[in-house]
Design a protein around this ligand. Structure first.
Ligand code: NAI
Length: 326
C-alpha cells in the first residue's frame, strides 16, 4: 500500500479545520489512491475541539485515514509534514490596531515557519488560510530560509471561486464554461478579480457580460463577499473556505494545468515587487505553481493591481519594522 501523506492542519479545533478535515480524510484533497495521516495543531484553548473532531474522524472509519495525532507543539505537528494548512491565526477583532494584529500573527507564523523549516518533509507544501493570509505566509516563509520560497503560498482560491460563481450567474452560464479568471494582489478588500482574459464557453467574457459591471459591481461584490457572508449568515465563510483550501492543494499536487489563482512569493512578475506574497493567475505544472506569464494588462487592471500590491508592500514594511521577518 502507498505511504501515507502527512497533512498538518493548524487551528484544527476551529471552524475551517472542522469543515476541511473530513473531506481531506475522505480523499477529496489528495485523491482516492493516497492515504493520509493527519496532524492537528492547536493551542491549549482549542485542543478539546480538535480532540472532539478526532473522535468523529474515527467514527467515520475512513479507509484512507492512516492516523490522527494532536499536538500543541509546532515541532511535533510539522514533523514530516508533506502538506501544511495554516488555518489558525489571530483575526482582527473590533478595536484592534493594525500593529497589534500583525504582531499577534507574527508570534504565530514566525515560530510555525521555523518549525516547518526544521521538521517538515523535504517536499513540504504550505498553504496559509489564516488572515492576514498573504503577510502571514510571508512571515512563515522568511523563517524557513532552507525551504524553497515557492513552497509557501496563501489562499486566494476562495476569492477565485467566488468570482467564477458570480460571473457564471451573471452570464447564465455553467461554472465549467468559465476559464481564465484571475485574482490579483492581497486577500483583502483591495484584491482585484480580473475577467479581462476570461472566457465564457470560449467567448471573451467582456463580450458576454457588461464590461461596466465586470469592472464595477462585480469587483466590489467579490471583494466584499466575505462581509456579505458574515452579514447574511451571521458568521464568516467556513465550508467555502475549507473547500477552497482543499482545491488549492489538490490542484497544486495533482493539477491539470488549468488557470486558477493563488498567492505566491513574487519573482517580480507583472511588476509585483520581488518577495511579496501576491495573488496571480497561476497554473500547476508537474506539482509546482507557475505564474501565467505574458497577459496584457490594460490601464484599469494596472491601477487595481498596483493598489492591492501597494497594500501588500505596506504590510511587509510594517512587519519588518516590528521585527517579525526574522
Ligand atoms: P476559528 O476561530 O473557528 O478557528 C481558529 C482556530 O485556530 C481556533 O481553534 C484557535 O484555537 C486556533 N489557533 C489560534 N492560534 C493558533 C496557533 N498559534 N496554533 C494553532 N492553532 C491556533 O476560525 P476559522 O473560522 O476556522 O478561521 C480561521 C482563519 O481563516 C481566520 O483567520 C479567518 O480570517 C481565515 N479565513 C481565511 C479565508 C481565506 O480565504 N484566506 C476565508 C475565511 C477565513
Amino acid at each position: 500500500t502507498a505511504i501515507p501523506t502527512t497533512v498538518t492542519i493548524t487551528g484544527a479545533g476551529g471552524q475551517i479545520g472542522y469543515a476541511a478535515m473530513f473531506r481531506i480524510a475522505s480523499g477529496a484533497m489528495l485523491g482516492a489512491d493516497r492515504p493520509v495521516r493527519l496532524r492537528l495543531l492547536e493551542i491549549p484553548q482549542g485542543m478539546r475541539g480538535a480532540e472532539g473532531a478526532a473522535l468523529e474522524l474515527a467514527d467515520c472509519a475512513f479507509p484512507l485515514l492512516a492516523g490522527v495525532e494532536l499536538s500543541d507543539d509546532p515541532a511535533v505537528a510539522f514533523d514530516g509534514a508533506n502538506v501544511a494548512l495554516l488555518v489558525g491565526s489571530r483575526p482582527r477583532t473590533a478595536g484592534m490596531e493594525r500593529g497589534e494584529l500583525l504582531a499577534a500573527n507574527g508570534a504565530i507564523f514566525g515560530p510555525q515557519g521555523r518549525a516547518i523549516g526544521e521538521h517538515a518533509a523535504a517536499d513540504v507544501r504550505v498553504a496559509v488560510v489564516g488572515n492576514p493570509a498573504n503577510t502571514n505566509a510571508l512571515i512563515a516563509q522568511q523563517h524557513a530560509p532552507d525551504v524553497p520560497a515557492e513552497r509557501f503560498t496563501a489562499l486566494t482560491r476562495l476569492d477565485h471561486n467566488r468570482a467564477v460563481g458570480l460571473l457564471a450567474a451573471e452570464a447564465g452560464a455553467r461554472v465549467e464554461e468559465i476559464a481564465g479568471v484571475a485574482i490579483w494582489g492581497n486577500h483583502s478588500a483591495t484584491q482585484y478579480p480580473d475577467v479581462s482574459h476570461a472566457t465564457i464557453a470560449g467567448r471573451a467574457a467582456l463580450e458576454v457580460v457588461d464590461p461596466a459591471w465586470a469592472r464595477g459591481a462585480f469587483v466590489e461584490r467579490v471583494a466584499q463577499r466575505g462581509a456579505e457572508i458574515i452579514e447574511v449568515r451571521g458568521g464568516s465563510s467556513v465550508a467555502s473556505a475549507a473547500n477552497a483550501a482543499i482545491e488549492h492543494v489538490r490542484d497544486w499536487v495533482r493539477g491539470d494545468g488549468a488557470v486558477t489563482s493563488a498567492a505566491l512569493v513574487s519573482r517580480g512578475e507583472y511588476g509585483v515587487p520581488e518577495g511579496l506574497v501576491s495573488s496571480f493567475p497561476v497554473r500547476s505544472v508537474n506539482g509546482a505553481w507557475e505564474v501565467v506569464e505574458g497577459l496584457g494588462i490594460d490601464t484599469f487592471s494596472r491601477g487595481r493591481i498596483d493598489a492591492s500590491v501597494a497594500e501588500l508592500a505596506a504590510e511587509r514594511e510594517a512587519v519588518r519594522e516590528l521585527g517579525l521577518l526574522g
